[in-house]
Design a protein around this ligand. Sequence first.
Ligand code: ATP
Length: 760
Amino acid sequence: MNNASVTLRLLDKADKEILKLPRAVKGALYDFQHKFKTNPQATGLQLKQLKGDSRLWSARVNDEYRALLLRLADTDWLIVSLKHRKEVYENLDRLSYGINQVTGAIEYVDLQVVEESVLRRVSPARPAAPERPVPEQTRPQPQPQPQQQPEPTRPEPLFARFTDEQLTDLGVAEPLIPVVRTLTTEEQLLGLVEFAPQLTGEILLSLFDGKSYDEVLEQVTAPVAAPEPVDTEDFQAAAERPATMVTTTDEALREALEGEDFGRWKVFLHPTQSKLVERDYSGPARVGGGPGTGKTIVALHRVKHLVEQLPPGRNKPVLLTTYNKNLAADLRTRLLELGGEELLSRVEISHVDQLALRVVREAEPGNAKQTTDDNQVLREWRAMLDELGETNWDADFLHDEWTQVILGQAVASRTEYFRARRAGRGRNIARAERAEIWQLAEKFTQRLDRLGRQTWAQVAERAARLEMEREGRIHAVERQREEAGGLDNIHLQDGSAGRLRYRYRHIVVDEAQDLRPGHWKMLRAMVDHDRNDIFLVGDTHQRIYNNQVTLGSLGVNIRGRSAKLTLSYRTTRQILGSALGVLEGESFDDLDGNQETLAGYRSVLTGAPPALHPSQDWESEREEIAELVSDWNDIPLEQIAICVPTNAMAQEVAFTLAQSGIRAVEIGPDGPRGDEGVHIGTMFRFKGLEYQRMIIAGVSEGLVPRNTVLGLQHSDALRYRRELQRARSLLFVAATRSRDALAVFWHGKPSRFLAPLLTE
Ligand SMILES: Nc1ncnc2c1ncn2[C@@H]1O[C@H](COP(=O)(O)OP(=O)(O)OP(=O)(O)O)[C@@H](O)[C@H]1O
């Protein structure tokens, strides 16, 4: 045996066993992997084949513990479990392993562990359906109710309507079928899911939640099915498939064995995630998917993958960008965790406005304008309209029109504006009205100029123009080179042009749904049209700013390179069902003018349904919130967040909490303004964030959506619809931030968006 090249890997779920072990055993395991890789045959390791079995081996970790290993090939080993010495050698038939015939993944099951987990959950009095009904999308099939008779009949098994063959065709691990047949309650099913291979859990929960066989086949199985026929004897080929979730590098193995804070996201990507990370795309690619499906995780791994393909160097040819400063800081932290300083040193991380501002400053070093946020700009619009005595147009409308149509499409003249497309902008506007708007927009631009201010939309638009001009110069140089017959013998007219290159080789964008058209044009011009040029992740259901774009029209052609993640790693099935209810009836785009749905969006995590808290008035609501936060004293305050409709309400909640002695920090545009305390902010601030428990407060009619939105219903029906959708998306984002618990508060009349939750 060639000891120098021993491969040792860890199968997913074995890490969960390891996490539960005493610290000393983990330490021993760490030493074990080192010794094993040096020489598996070393006597101290007592490597031996388990009786009657060709692939399953055991090795000594310490006096008490043994590692169970699958021998994939001569020098290729896979740790599948870690057990107490006494548990390893009895009843070996219970240890089952094989290659899933649908996905080609290696699966390992300890039937005894699964059976015990199911038995622990036996609770005969409980019906099979979840404790509380959930909305239609995730509603389980009607289940038989327990009989009222003194002699209860046995409840029907959960999966009686499916044949064994159907279950295995979907990808359920074959050795588990007999146990699956015994399940009669949701609790038991959850017991099985805990120790079953990942796919088995996903399939069974989807069926349990009411999805049809065909839906599960399409949404759960097909995305992970092996593209080629599966050889169920070829373990080494199976180990290389994305469907087999294993550690692939020594470092990842060490981390998984070591880590108290071991991040599974760093190592065990879902097969659908890893395929997207590793794919070679012929041009810009997009990954969509509901909240918590790991889009950011995929973006981070994609960056790592791209960096690994780069030739050695010291520059930063990869740009990772997102919507705001806070999220960019978070990306930096996580990228560092994923790949250390070495990875970070090849990646530029900037939020997109910062990037645009840098481009503008670089081109106009004298530009000392102050950049103003949307609220200030709106105030300025109002002030101008007041001064002009203008009552035909309201500030919000003009601001949106200026930002989205005039700046968004880089409209440069009145004539161009007459012709500009106003798709999705609400009511039609006649030519004479356009002339009025154009004049007001010009006045407003001059006013800002005089004040020495600029808006972020102006910066984005300016940066886009500058970058496009720059790209034009790059093309001109290339043409010169070609005409001169090569690089060496050319005489460049512009001395600087020789150094002029695209700024990046690859661009990765998170939170893509909220970028402005100007941002896209700028990014497009920063990278050559080449393989793997732009990779963007985002979810239009979470679009909370009015920046609807059609990427194709901005030069970012994602057609044919669009994919979707559907398994939530954050939100429980209960919260997910309620959150989907909030979006009911709306339709969403795919960033490229087509429709996008959340079909297949699911979770295997289970928890309590959202708690609903009606209150008399705002004051009592705040007091009840303070009480709930005091009750949640089993977790750090920073893991709790409170989300409210307005800034004023955020301050009021913070005040009430302070009176109860609870520390709180507000989340500003750049993130939390302090380290300690419950996080409080408006719904806008929670984009991309995640908390253990979440309170959404003030979900009252008139606040969510705002009265001003409701007022548009008769004056501007299209804009009303759009604003209503945006308000729904805001609530959807807020509701999907929590991992464990969600509490919804309101006073007076509940928001119309809560109707699906209240009628259950
Ligand atoms: N393969 C994985 N293994 C373990 N955890 C994962 C995995 N993928 C994602 N997660 C976890 O799920 C959570 C959500 O991931 P992430 O933030 O990437 O989702 P997202 O799709 O970007 O969410 P949102 O759209 O709500 O911002 C995070 O806690 C992340 O660590």
